[in-house]
Write a protein that binds this ligand. Structure first.
Ligand code: 13P
Length: 255
């Protein structure tokens, strides 16, 4: 068996103006390079669209990759206000967060739209960070496994094995996002194991252990190491705690 992949991804969401974002990125870059922590962890910063090309110029690309937080589902054309995968690629970014619960719930992104986004992303040599996760209501009804299975089957499992191996999955229970309430390591591991099983059943010829599955939802310096220790948790997708270089660094050290 190969080494467990390790990934720490930040999702800045709609925070920081360009100057603040540049400063935060530079700060993280310098701290990571000075510390020499965990050379095997891939670090991804999911920043606002307009930050991408500027931040790309200042990051050490041997350690960092950049991600957009969304992309248009069509290639190009008369779609005022949209940002295409091709445009994202041209900034130097390598990843796109797709299907974040905020996109699903606030912006009502459909299964079909997310499926298109996954395709357009992969076609443009970008790697999707495909998010899934249940609401509190789903969990109370014990539907969490079913809901995540449905989300994956509806918008992601159509990709072929080669594309699977370029992708990252993020499990983010909606009830744990920005609430300060984290899934316990056991709750998270149970869902990650479930996702790994679904991958194994669907992609019979692939080494699904090499597909990173990240946990997201109130990851903090104090809970990261217990989460990252779990067999099927390959790292985190971090919102709030990624907006301060110190806390992001502490989470990186938790691997
Ligand atoms: P928080 O870490 O702020 O809970 O956000 C998690 C998230 O949504 C990352 O995509």
């Amino acid at each position: 068996m190969g080494m467990k992949p390790k990934v720490l991804a930040a999702n800045w969401k709609m925070n920081t103006d360009l100057q603040q974002g540049m400063k935060l990125a530079a700060d993280i870059n310098n701290k990571v390079n000075a510390s020499g922590v965990e050379p095997h962890a891939r670090i991804i910063l999911g920043v606002p669209f307009i930050h991408l090309s500027e931040i790309a110029k200042i990051m050490d690309y041997r350690r960092f990759s950049l991600a957009a937080q969304n992309c248009a589902e069509c290639d190009s054309g008369a779609y005022t206000g949209e940002v295409s995968a091709e445009m994202i690629k041209s900034t130097g970014a390598h990843y796109v967060i797709i299907g974040h619960s905020e996109r699903r719930h606030i912006f009502k992104e459909s299964y079909e739209s997310l499926q298109n986004k996954v395709d357009v992303c992969l076609k443009n040599a970008l790697r999707p960070i495909f998010c899934c996760g249940e609401t509190l209501d789903d969990r109370k009804k014990e539907m969490h496994k079913k809901v995540v299975e449905e989300q994956l089957k509806a918008s992601f499992f159509h990709v072929n094995e080669e594309y699977l191996m370029r992708s990252i999955i993020a499990y983010e229970p909606v009830w744990a996002i920005g609430t300060g309430e984290t899934a316990t390591p056991e709750q998270a591991q149970e869902m990650h194991e479930w996702i790994r099983t679904l991958l194994r059943d669907h992609y019979k010829n692939s080494n699904v252990d090499d597909v990173p599955i990240l946990y997201g939802g109130s990851v903090k310096p104090g809970n990261a190491s217990d989460l990252f220790k779990q067999q099927d948790i390959n790292g985190g997708l971090v919102g709030g705690a990624s907006l301060k270089a110190e806390s992001f660094m502490s989470i990186l050290k938790a691997f």
